[in-house]
Design a protein around this ligand. Structure first.
Ligand SMILES: [Zn+2]
Length: 160
């Protein structure tokens, strides 16, 4: 593995390994006729402060750096605009840190992408499921981990 120096921009797979990015999937639910119904998904990306950062606090410059990285990764994995039967809503930055026990209580910054119907509410459909699958495959190809971080190489076929 070579160490990139003086890159004009950072590739998404470098961001994934620098911030040890993991993802989780949660249902999005709402009340429909008095019943809780699944209407979509929330794909949560979690990245952590780089190891050289010792002074970690919510809203610190590193948090912002991690969030910018997550945002770049999110934009990279969104299905193309031409094929968007579902809608994607990317969360804004919030100055908070989460310590998930499943990730060894590392200081995580998170970004969520909601996958919803473009129009109105409705039960989870094939399109939403397909969109979620495309994004999860994109994350896996970049070397991200589902749930708990496992260091591995990004898929070499990832388009740079
Ligand atoms: Zn921070």
């Amino acid at each position: 593995m070579t160490i990139a120096t003086a890159q004009p921009m950072t590739f998404p797979q470098e961001l994934v390994s620098r911030y040890r990015v993991c993802w989780d999937v949660w249902p999005v639910e709402t009340m429909v006729d008095g019943k809780l119904q699944k209407i979509g998904f929330e794909l949560e990306l979690s990245g952590t402060h780089p190891p050289e950062v010792t002074d970690v606090s919510p809203g610190c410059p590193s948090c912002r750096e991690v969030f910018r990285g997550l945002r770049q990764i999110a934009e990279h994995i969104l299905p193309s605009k031409a094929d968007r039967p579902s809608e994607y809503v990317i969360s804004n930055y919030e100055p908070s840190i989460r310590y998930s026990r499943s990730r060894g209580s590392r200081p995580d910054v998170s970004l969520t992408i909601q996958i919803l119907h473009r129009q109105g509410f409705g039960p989870v459909d094939e399109c939403e499921q397909r969109c979620l699958k495309v994004m999860e495959e994109g994350l896996a190809a970049l070397g991200a981990s589902n749930g708990t971080w496992q260091a591995r190489r990004a898929n070499q076929s990832v388009q740079l």
